[in-house]
Design a protein. Sequence first.
Length: 331
Amino acid sequence: MTQFVPHETWSKLTRPTGDKLVARLALSEISSRLYCAIDASGNRYLLITLTDTDDEYNDSQSRGFVVNTTELAIRGNKPERYLVLKCLDAGGYAILDLMGGDIASGLADQSKQPAETVRRVLAKWRRFFGQIPQPILSINEQLGLFAELWFLTVWMIPKLGPGAIMNWKGPWGSRHDFEWNNKSVEVKATTNTRGRIHQIHGIDQLEPPESGPLFLFSVRVREEVGAVNNLPKIIEVCRNALSDSDDAIIYFENALAQSGYSPAFEEEYSKLALRVIDDALFIVNDDFPKITKGSFSNNIPDGVERLEYEINLNSFDNLKVASKPDELPFS
């Protein structure tokens, strides 16, 4: 089972003054040697207590992270040697949390040197460091990502298991958000108060895959200050649902990075509080309102480079194939 340092652990740390660090156990149920720590600037660290027989380890070559061995005194404890892993980029905090889980699990095996555990974990995650994004997502991008994660977390994983994450192809620029060999699903979110009214981007977006049907998953949300859903929360729920599979959690974190999500803006993203009004899955067949290449008798008119339009699904309940997750017609 994949472990990771929960967000709540960091939120309980209060920034110190000067050159001090404030620390607390990261995953006490797994290891009493791993601490989370922050400095006066809010930079995040993982600290590992070392015994007299533990090797030192230093690494300044891993992009986004630096590791060194030094003596520190955590409040309430006597000075000890620590292996210190510092995250140099706030955009890497999600990866740091996952690395913390891996390190804690490695420290549980007392036959292994902590230095070897950290070296192995750094090697595992090094290929993801370059994918850490920086720009903040727009409101529409946040809504779109929320809708995809809602479909994944609330509908797909309970029915298909953690392996369902592998069908999430949208972050890599695929034509449809979720793709299988014999079907695809396009996910759409709307805040329109008139109902299920969605923006369609491009003439290919509602073209079916070469083999099998296309479905459209519609999510209608409303921004409300007291709503319980937001983007960081659905990410945390999804991460927990995938935690039994190392492959699934790695794919998920990589997909988030590809989507442009950075936990550096988590506080800002949490301000977009959403209430899900309704959600449903529709079959995109000949009766579905859409414009495709086949809508034109003599192909697309010359000079037309991009086509965007709105669809209104309020009167198309006859095309609805699922109104709740347990009706999902996939296996």
